[in-house]
Write a protein that binds this ligand. Structure first.
Ligand code: FAD
Length: 545
């Protein structure tokens, strides 16, 4: 069997290697239009920031290795320009010598990735405006900064790549402004979780401009970014990171069906509309694991796994069926890590799925062991307990907690499963009740009716004449400010001061992070009060406000 693979990075290289491991007989040709294969896209920002110093470290595998170890015919600087389905050939242009040739296939696997969006704005082609996708893009940015002694940068778009670039340009000593059309950065997080990152970015000297679009660019004495609010922002360097469009040009020209937003449509075996052509990676549409809806997900893990499955499926012996993507992602932002999995609250609202949520702010490990730090976590779940998604931001430990919850989602888990999970514990690593268990406890308490939550966004609308807003923190804590109209009874004095609370009004209790508010609500509920507890306490309230 002769298999041609288009694209030599995440999906393509994975497909080629898996195929070879399963079949010594297959003839495998890997086409890559660029100079490099199997490079570390995800590491590129860190080369610009100087964390990765050696260019070679960006190349995960070299063509020689794929040739010698896997007997793969690797052809770099060879671009597949068309698929001729009737003849079962592709037309290839060799950019090294300008030649053009046809290559036949039995099966074809496409992993062409996506193209960074570069809208046709006035001045878009001026020098100093870059996108980042490939190794040569990285070297171009690096050399431009060196040559021009760039001191300031505007990063357009506050998604993962934008925020990583902002951090790395700052680490390199540039003055950085992020311009973002949306009201928040990193849109897979909900706004109150992203707010923690916004504060941290500002504390680290990044200027943030939200709700602001870019109208164009102009070369005056310096390069200027023209903003939607009619202001101008001078910059020595502009990074455009406003998203990636799936590259479906080959299948479009070949008359194969397209998926959402011009992606390549595939079935659950990664087969396109042609049984001999498969596609994987950023270019394809995928099924959202929880909702079953079509979606796009430009991440390396899914691309690698899809490539691995397609490499097996073309052989036709065992078929790896795709079950969809959850959407687990992680981002370093200076000293913080933000991780998320599954659906966020914005998506649940949009899809009109009934949901509940809980916030906790536990320590990443036992507080009596040095250097513990506080995590902020949010769990979204269905009324029957099924987990929809989770988000975590903190200096340490967000990654493993979100990975555990992603695993639970993948296995169809509920909040009751999170309660029962038996996770590793010793003081330097966690607490005997791991933060994931804490999310399970608080969520299950809500579902069992042991606690009724209220949320930070509800506080403004509470009619103070009809409810008692009860702050159960200590006077030392309340000295820094209480919610408007609140009364203070510290939780440890509550049992002896019950008579101070009117029984004919619901009590809305709150504390610093929600734990003492919960204890107070249990005391009051058992004394006949109608009680609600502020989920996430004042910590979440401040993130929301
Ligand atoms: P790619 O890896 O982009 O490979 C496609 C290749 O196909 C390209 O090299 C292209 O030149 C080649 N090609 C296209 N058309 C042709 C043709 N006609 N002929 C020959 N060759 C062709 N994901 C994460 O999960 N975590 C991260 O931290 C992360 N960070 C990232 C940081 C940056 C700066 C970038 C750019 C991406 C990052 N990603 C990250 C995304 C991740 O890299 C992609 O999801 C993944 O590489 C997609 O794999 P792919 O095989 O679909 O496409």
């Amino acid at each position: 069997m002769k298999v041609l693979i288009v694209g030599g990075v995440a999906g393509g290289a994975s497909a080629a290697c898996r195929l070879r491991r399963l079949s010594e007989d297959a003839q495998i040709v890997l086409f890559e239009k660029g100079k490099y294969i199997s490079y570390a896209n995800c590491g590129l920002p860190y080369y610009i920031g100087g964390t990765i110093k050696d260019k070679d470290r960006l190349l995960v595998t070299k063509p020689e290795t794929l040739r010698s170890r896997f007997n793969i015919d690797v052809r770099v600087e060879n671009e597949v320009v068309s698929i001729n389905r009737d003849k079962k050939t592709v037309t290839v242009v060799n950019h090294a010598d300008g030649s053009r040739y046809e290559e036949s296939y039995d099966k074809l696997i496409l992993s062409p990735g996506g193209n960074p969006k570069r809208p046709k704005l006035p001045g878009i082609d001026l020098p100093g405006i870059f996108t980042l996708r490939t190794v040569p893009d990285t070297f171009r940015i690096d050399e431009y900064i060196k040559e021009h002694g760039s001191k300031s940068a505007v990063v357009v778009g506050a998604g993962f790549i934008g925020v990583e670039m902002a951090e790395n340009l700052k680490e390199r000593g540039l003055d950085v402004t992020i311009v973002e059309f949306l009201p928040q950065a990193v849109s897979n997080l909900d706004p109150e979780m992203a707010a923690i990152l916004h504060r941290h970015l500002r504390e680290n000297g990044i200027r943030l401009m939200f709700g602001t679009g870019v109208k164009g660019f102009e070369q005056k004495e310096r390069l200027c970014v023209r903003l939607s609010d009619e202001n101008e922002l001078p910059a020595d360097l502009v990074i455009l990171s406003i998203g990636v469009a799936p590259d479906s040009s080959l299948v479009k020209d070949a008359g194969l069906p397209l998926g959402i937003r011009d992606s390549i449509r595939v079935d659950d075996t990664f087969q396109t509309g042609d049984p001999d052509i498969y596609a994987v990676g950023d270019a394809i549409d995928v099924k959202q694991f929880i909702t079953g809806e079509e979606t796009l997900l430009a991440l390396a893990g899914p691309a690698n796994r899809q490539g691995r499955a397609a490499g097996e499926n073309v052989l036709g012996k065992r078929i790896q069926k795709d079950e969809g993507v959850i959407g687990s992602a992680i981002l370093k932002v200076f000293g913080l890590t933000a991780a998320s999995t599954g659906l966020n609250e914005k998506q649940l609202k949009e899809k009109k799925l009934p949901y509940l949520k809980t916030y906790v702010h536990p320590s990443d490990h036992a507080t009596y062991y040095p250097n513990s730090t506080q995590l902020s976590m949010k769990l979204l779940f269905a009324p029957d307990g099924k987990i929809y998604g989770a988000q975590a931001v903190g200096a340490a430990g967000s990654d493993k907690r979100i990975d555990v919850i992603a695993t639970a989602i993948r296995l169809g888990g509920t909040v009751y499963d999170l309660e029962k999970l038996e996770l590793c514990y010793a003081p330097p690593y966690s607490s005997a009740k791991d933060p994931v268990n804490m999310l399970g406890f608080t969520a299950a308490n809500m579902l069992r009716g042991d606690v009724k939550p209220f949320y930070a966004e509800d506080t403004d609308g509470l009619d103070r004449s009809k409810v008692t807003l009860l702050d159960v923190r200590t006077p030392e804590e309340t000295a820094t400010g209480m919610l408007d109209g609140a009364v203070n009874i510290p939780v440890d004095e509550l049992r002896s001061r019950l008579s101070e609370l009117p029984k004919d009004k619901p009590v809305y209790a709150y504390c610093a992070v929600g734990l003492r508010g919960y204890v107070a609500s249990r005391i009051l509920t058992q004394h006949g009060f109608d009680v609600y507890n502020l989920s996430g306490g004042m910590k979440t309230w401040r993130d929301v406000h």
